[in-house]
Design a protein around this ligand. Structure first.
Ligand code: CMC
Length: 428
């Protein structure tokens, strides 16, 4: 293939270089388009054909169902690594050796206290507040307690900001859930592993000793790893674009949390469980809901199905489906909605509407079933997604800043009124 793309507009022809990634993905580099053509731009709502950056973090092939973080296949990471190792690899580029991992963990533990005034902000929220709104606000509030903006030229400053947020974010997650449940707040226990400590902060009852359940720990590690990064999705692009204005790390993350909240993105895990519950309450008639999902006059969509990039299968969904079976078995939980989920999946996989549109179960189709078996409330599911996505957001923000990417500022094609005179209010 030639390494030039040619564009013909009327009489004029223009040439643009092609860029090739390490996995042979090809892009037309249109950086010079507007200048060369005297103002012509490309338009691509939803960015379905637009790359926003070059990135060395995550490789995803939606046709082949491949997902790799820093080159490591997701299947191997989910089976063999723990969440902290994966976080390190995403943020710093390679899996850590034992010494690097120990230092990383002890630096995180050193920053694990959250200013008591943040607790006062949490107290002001009603118990009924959605945990994603609370988490986004508290993350934003951290900016006020850590006002010094990160000097990206300083490796030390960058590192400190990273370990600080990795330490404090799980505390906020734990607090958000405890507030909902009316439990006293908890700062965790330094002697525990990173994921064990998250469990402790979420589940420790005031009147009981806490034992780490290895089944839940393994499942949580796996879920967090599977959610840890997914290249330029909606929330990650939000983090990068907010950060591109040189807003701070915590402010950028808070914006990412808000983007993740929506039901077409991370909010799908809550929406899936609510949908499965609604189908159960309605007599378990999956065919009725399949018909609704296919009816173009009905806004209902089969939540947990379809993906912007995966058009074959979502490799994360494969791993999660097996994990859901294992966790429910090991915990001795019989959840009738698992059968509804299996039924819907089978019907969709054999239905021409879903087959033609390449709609397969995504990562969120089964994750909620596992979270529920762990005792996590439904409206906390997207918070768990945010917890998993945190290292990915950090890695992407760091990459964007170190690459000195320009401020994100798309163009538009104006389709409004042409110039018209101002009319005084009494004459309108
Ligand atoms: N149920 C029914 N029809 C669907 C669904 C669905 N879940 N998803 C897509 N379609 C149809 C859609 O109506 C369209 O049909 P047509 O071509 O006849 O107009 C076609 O499939 C293509 O859909 P699209 O909306 O253009 O595709 P997209 O790439 O813009 O959207 C998506 C991807 C994930 C937003 C969408 O599939 C969806 O809404 N799924 C349900 C929500 C969900 O599970 N989201 C979690 C995504 S994975 C976790 C994460 O990364 O956030």
């Amino acid at each position: 293939m030639s390494d030039i793309a040619k564009l013909q507009i009327g009489e004029n022809s223009f040439e643009f270089p092609l860029i090739k990634g390490t996995e042979n993905e090809v892009a037309i580099d249109v950086k010079s388009l507007r200048n060369a053509t005297n103002g012509i731009i490309t338009i691509d709502p939803g960015f379905k054909n637009t790359g926003s950056c070059e990135s060395a973090i995550t490789f995803l092939d939606g046709e082949k169902g491949i997902l790799r973080y820093r080159g490591y296949p997701i299947e191997q990471l989910a089976e063999k690594a723990d969440f902290l190792e994966v976080s390190y690899a995403l943020i710093f580029g390679d899996l850590p050796n034992k010494e690097q991992l120990d230092k990383f963990h002890s630096d995180i533990k050193a920053h694990s206290l959250v200013d008591d005034d943040v607790r006062k902000i949490l107290e002001a929220f009603p118990k009924t507040a959605h945990p994603m709104g609370v988490l986004s606000s508290l993350t934003s509030a951290l900016t006020a307690f850590n006002p010094i903006s990160v000097n990206i030229e300083s490796r030390e400053d960058m590192y400190n900001a990273i370990v600080r947020i990795l330490a404090k974010f799980p505390v906020l997650v734990g607090w958000t859930m405890r507030k909902k449940k009316g439990l006293h707040l908890n700062y965790g226990k330094k002697s525990l592993g990173y994921v064990e400590n998250i469990m402790y902060m979420m589940f420790k009852e005031p009147n009981e000793d806490f034992q780490v359940n290895p089944v839940i720990k393994n499942a949580l590690d796996k879920l967090l790893i599977l959610h840890a990064d997914h290249e330029q999705n909606c929330s990650t692009s939000t983090v990068r674009i907010v950060g591109s204005s040189h807003a701070g790390l915590f402010a950028s993350l808070s914006a990412g949390i808000s983007a993740l909240w929506g039901p077409l993105h991370g909010g799908a895990n809550q929406a899936v469980l609510e949908m499965l519950e609604a189908i159960k309450a309605d007599g378990g008639d999956t065919k009725k809901y399949m018909a609704k999902a296919k009816d173009k006059n009905d806004p209902f969509r089969l939540m947990g199905f379809g993906h912007r990039v995966y058009k074959n299968f979502d490799p994360r969904a494969k791993i999660i489906k097996v994990a859901a079976d294992e966790v429910l078995n090991d915990l001795g939980v019989e959840d009738p909605i698992l059968n509804i989920a299996r039924g819907l999946e089978q019907e969709a996989l054999n239905d021409p509407y879903f087959v033609e549109r390449k709609l397969y179960p995504n990562v969120d189709f089964y994750s909620g079933i596992i979270y529920r078996a762990m005792g996590i409330p439904v409206d906390m599911f997207t918070v768990m997604f945010a917890l998993g996505r945190l290292p990915g957001w950090i890695a992407q923000w760091k990459e964007m800043r170190l690459n000195k990417e320009p401020i994100g500022r798309p163009r538009q094609i104006y389709i409004g009124e042409n110039i018209r005179p101002f009319v005084d209010i009494d004459k309108r």
